[in-house]
Write a protein that binds this ligand. Structure first.
Ligand code: TRP
Length: 331
C-alpha cells in the first residue's frame, strides 16, 4: 500500500533549539519509517523577513547538518531545499490567483509581522501562506506536522486546495495538521516567559550548537525562588519548566528525588540545576558534535543536497504536470 505523504518545512533563520528539537524535529525523525516523508528547508520563506542573504548559505548548511544530527536520515526521507524545486514557485503562481487579499490581510502571522517590520510589508509576506500551501501541495501531502501557531496556515492551505479542485478538477488531497503520538511538547524559555525562540532572548533558550559551558551557564541562571513552604504545593510555571526539562533528559530516579524534595519543602534548586545542566550537556553535546562534523564535510553535504533535490523534483514534476493539465496550460 502507498504510504501517506508527510511534509513539513523549517526556516533557515536561526539555530535549532530545544523547542524545535523536542517539539518538531524528533517527531519528524520518528515518522520516517511509517510515512513517505518530505522535509524542506524553506529558504524562500526566510526572504520575507530576512532579505539580507549574506549568511543564508551558512544558515542553510548548518540547519541541514543539525537536522541530520537530530535523526533525519537523508536515505529514508526526502530532505531538500525549497529553492532547489522551481515547481514550487510555479504552483505558488497558480495558487496566488485563488488567494484573496482580504483573507491574506486577516492572517494572524501577517498582522504580527507587519507590526514588527513596518518598513518592509512586502507582497511575499502577505502571500506567505500561499507559498506554504505550494510547499505542501507540490507533493500532494496530506499530513503536515506543525505546531499550534501554524493551524491557521493549514486551514488556508485546505481552502486553497479545495478552491483549486473546484475550479480545475480534483488534483489535491486536502492536507491536515498532524501530530505524531502524544500531545506536542512545548518547551518554555528558561525565564518561564513564553516559548523558546529561534532568534530572541538567547540566554533563555538552549540551542543544539551551545557549548557545554554555555549550556551550564544558561541553566544555572534559570529563574527559581526560595522554594515551597507548604508540603505538596503547586509548582510555579518556571519551576514546572525545570522539571519538564528534566523529564526530557534525566533519569527517572533523579527526577523522583527532586520531586520528593519539592513536595517535602527541602528542595535545593542550585543542586537541581547542576544536575539538570550535566544531564543536558550529556544529551546535547553528541548532537552538537555530530552536526559540526557534518557541517565541515562539504562533500557529504553537497551529496545530501543533490540527492534531496533529485527526489523532491521527481515528485514535484509529476504534480506540476497534473496541475498544468488541469489548468489547461499544456499546449
Ligand atoms: N510557516 C512554517 C513556520 O513558520 C514553516 C513552513 C513553510 C512550513 N512551509 C511549510 C511548515 C510547509 C509546514 C509545511 O514554522
Amino acid at each position: 500500500m502507498k504510504k501517506e505523504v508527510v511534509l513539513s518545512g523549517i526556516r533557515p533563520t536561526g539555530f535549532v533549539h530545544l523547542g524545535n528539537y523536542f517539539g518538531a524535529v524528533r517527531n519528524w525523525a520518528n515518522m520516517q519509517k511509517e510515512y513517505d516523508c518530505y522535509f524542506c528547508v524553506v529558504d524562500w520563506h526566510s526572504l520575507t523577513t530576512h532579505p539580507d542573504t549574506r549568511e543564508l548559505r551558512q544558515h542553510v548548511h548548518r540547519l541541514l547538518s543539525e537536522l541530520i544530527a537530530s535523526g533525519l536520515d537523508p536515505e529514508q526521507c526526502v530532505l531538500y531545499i525549497q529553492s532547489d524545486v522551481p515547481e514550487i514557485a510555479e504552483l505558488y503562481l497558480y495558487l496566488n490567483m485563488m488567494a484573496y487579499k482580504g483573507e491574506l490581510e486577516k492572517t494572524t502571522t501577517f498582522k504580527d509581522k507587519a507590526r514588527s517590520q513596518p518598513d518592509n510589508i512586502n507582497a511575499g509576506l502577505l502571500t506567505y501562506p500561499v507559498l506554504q500551501t505550494a510547499d505542501i501541495l507540490i507533493h500532494r501531502a496530506t499530513n503536515v506536522p506543525v505546531g499550534k501557531d501554524q493551524e491557521q496556515h493549514l486551514e488556508m492551505a485546505r481552502n486553497f486546495a479545495d478552491r483549486f479542485n473546484h475550479r480545475y478538477g480534483d488534483v489535491f488531497p486536502l492536507p491536515k495538521a498532524f501530530n505524531y503520538g502524544k500531545d506536542l511538547i512545548k518547551i518554555m524559555s528558561l525565564d518561564g516567559s513564553g516559548k523558546m525562540s529561534k532568534s530572541e532572548n538567547q540566554m533563555n533558550t538552549l540551542y543544539l550548537a551551545d557549548d557545554d559551558d554555555l549550556l551550564r551557564k544558561k541553566i544555572m541562571k534559570a529563574k527559581t525562588d526560595g522554594g515551597p513552604t507548604e508540603a505538596n504545593s503547586i509548582k510555579p510555571e518556571y519551576i514546572q519548566n525545570l522539571f519538564g526539562l528534566m523529564q526530557l533528559v534525566s533519569h527517572a530516579d533523579v527526577i523522583a528525588k527532586f520531586e520528593a524534595d519539592f513536595n517535602n519543602c527541602v528542595i535545593r534548586y542550585g543542586d537541581m540545576k547542576k544536575q539538570l545542566a550535566e544531564d543536558m550537556v550529556n544529551f546535547i553535546s553528541p548532537i552538537r558534535e555530530k552536526a559540526k562534523a557534518i557541517e565541515n564535510d562539504k562533500d557529504y553535504l553537497s551529496k545530501v543536497i543533490k540527492q534531496g533535490r533529485d527526489k523532491a523534483r521527481a515528485s514535484a514534476a509529476a504534480t506540476i504536470q497534473l496541475v498544468r493539465n488541469a489548468v489547461g496550460v499544456n499546449y
